[in-house]
Design a protein around this ligand. Structure first.
Ligand code: CTP
Ligand code: MG
Length: 390
């Protein structure tokens, strides 16, 4: 069995002064999702994750909790703490609630919103194998100069320089001890450890983990993100059941007062349409080729079973899900009654915003005759390596 002894601290309490946005940086949106949301999305896939701690501004505690609950699809516990005046103080506040059973702590800047799951895993594994502190670091591409006033003093040999990123990984007890003994303020935890004579190693960082600091960084991220999307479409139709006791499930939730739908599973056309859209976007076939009627384990299954497995497959193929949009076609149910609930349930499962709309067919055809329900879904997914290539 996998150990569950990893805590991730996500620091999101900064004001983002250099970004000059109207909200604190972690709550600024990129493609309809906050920076905090983007930064949390790689965490759900960490098998060893036992706790997530977010440090947020006091004005945004509820919002941070809501975002984390919607995006994290994991059994790990969640704590949201108030940040401090400095990054280091924010981490100290977060460390205070890290559970006793946690062996390894990764500290991550929410502002490094697009760090991959693989980077978190690489750092955690290196901490495990060396039993010491590990940071991700990148080589420097530019020629580096030491300056004074307007004068260039010298060219610095860059071969021995690296730029440090997060997540930075530590043996939990070592990090707690270093914070307890801290006498100065540092811009990263590796510097704090080294101020106390502790050894720090590095593993390869990634361009994706670059920090969003200025408005120009945001523009760069947006253009890379949006250049590399892949869309997918899915359609599903199920007829209303003649069995009046059958319950209606759409978007994984129950809709009382409307008959259930026929199907090998529970007939959840909304979930199935999203599954097909995700599979098609990722080039992984369709619902029939993956979850055919010959698989008895899916008989009567709730839409969440198919969606959860599909999300796992799509992520395993290297994709992140950006969003999904679904439209129900039919006379019933009245979607407005449970739209928010269905959107929240689906958003939680796929780890990205899902929006739900509805329309009728003006009385035309089998949907106009109230024989069943159809759903059409479209999704956008991205592959980090496509982003880098663009
Ligand atoms: N951070 C924090 N608490 C602070 C300061 C920073 O949790 N008191 C977090 C930020 O939210 C960010 C990370 O530390 O995720 C890295 O800091 P930085 O990029 O400097 O973010 P800000 O401090 O928000 O930005 P700025 O310095 O431009 O105000
Ligand atoms: Mg700062």
């Amino acid at each position: 069995m996998t150990r569950r002894d990893l805590a991730v601290i996500v620091v999101a309490a900064g004001r983002g002064e250099r970004l000059k946005a109207s909200a604190p940086k972690a709550f600024v949106e990129i493609n309809g999702r906050t920076i905090l949301e983007h930064s949390l999305s790689p965490l759900s896939a960490l098998a060893e994750l036992s706790q997530v701690v977010i440090a947020a501004p006091s004005s945004h505690l509820a919002e941070a909790t809501e975002i984390a609950n919607a995006v994290l699809n994991t059994d790990a516990t969640l704590d949201v703490v108030v940040g401090g005046d400095t990054r280091q103080q924010s981490i100290a506040n977060a460390l205070a609630v890290v559970a006793d059973g946690v062996e390894i702590v990764l500290v991550h800047d929410a502002a490094r919103a697009f760090a991959s799951t693989a980077l978190f895993e690489r750092v955690a594994e290196a901490v495990r194998s060396t039993n010491s502190s590990v940071i991700p670091a990148l080589e420097i591409a530019d020629t580096i100069k030491r300056v004074s006033g307007k004068d260039v003093l010298e060219t610095v040999d860059r071969s021995s320089l690296r730029s440090a990123q997060t997540p930075q990984g530590f043996v939990a007890a070592d990090l707690k001890r270093a914070y307890a003994n801290a006498s100065d303020d540092f811009t990263d935890d590796a510097a704090l450890m080294q101020s106390q004579g502790k050894k720090v190693a590095f593993v390869a960082g990634e361009a994706e983990a670059a920090k969003i600091t200025t408005p120009e960084d945001l523009v760069g991220v947006l253009s890379r993100l949006n250049a590399a999307g892949r869309t997918g479409i899915g359609v599903d139709v199920h007829r209303f059941s003649a069995d009046a006791t059958k319950k209606l499930f759409l978007g994984t939730i129950e809709w009382p007062g409307v008959p259930g739908l026929e199907g090998h599973s529970d007939g959840d056309a909304v979930s199935h349409a999203v599954v097909d859209a995700l599979l098609s976007a990722a080039g992984l076939g369709d619902i029939g080729s993956n979850f055919g009627v010959d698989r008895p384990e899916f008989a009567g299954a709730n839409g969440s079973v198919f969606l959860t497995e599909t999300v796992r497959m799509v992520r395993a193929a290297g994709f992140e899900i950006v969003n999904a949009s679904v439209q129900i076609i039919g006379n019933r149910p009245k979607v407005s009654t449970k739209r928010t609930e269905a959107e929240a349930a689906l958003t939680k499962i796929i780890g990205a915003p899902v929006t739900l709309g509805a329309t009728t067919t003006d009385g035309l055809g089998f949907l106009g005759n109230d024989e069943g329900v159809a759903a059409v879904a479209s999704v956008l997914i991205i592959k980090p390596e496509d982003r880098l290539a663009s």
